[in-house]
Design a protein around this ligand. Sequence first.
Ligand code: SF4
Length: 90
Amino acid sequence: MPYKVKVDRNTCIGAASCVAVAPNTFDLDNEGKAVVKKKDGSTLSDFVAYSDIADEEVNIMNAAKSCPVNAIIIIEVDEQGNEIRQVWPA
Ligand code: SF4
């Protein structure tokens, strides 16, 4: 099943554990908030499909679990990219 991930900027406190766990998926922007890195080199504060991220699924989930404020949200989506259910926070 396809997944998407995003960081809730309002919740993120810039602890950067996500960047330490999954540096291919997360980076801190110039406001000290985490953003998702895409394969094309751009970053986004909204949902990004795993297929657009150069990382393993397990790394993204471990990063989400490492966030002390649960600011990383993972959803399962259908083939059209529409949300089926939230996977994390569980
Ligand atoms: S671990 Fe959570 S709080 Fe820390 S930078 Fe990542 S998303 Fe933000």
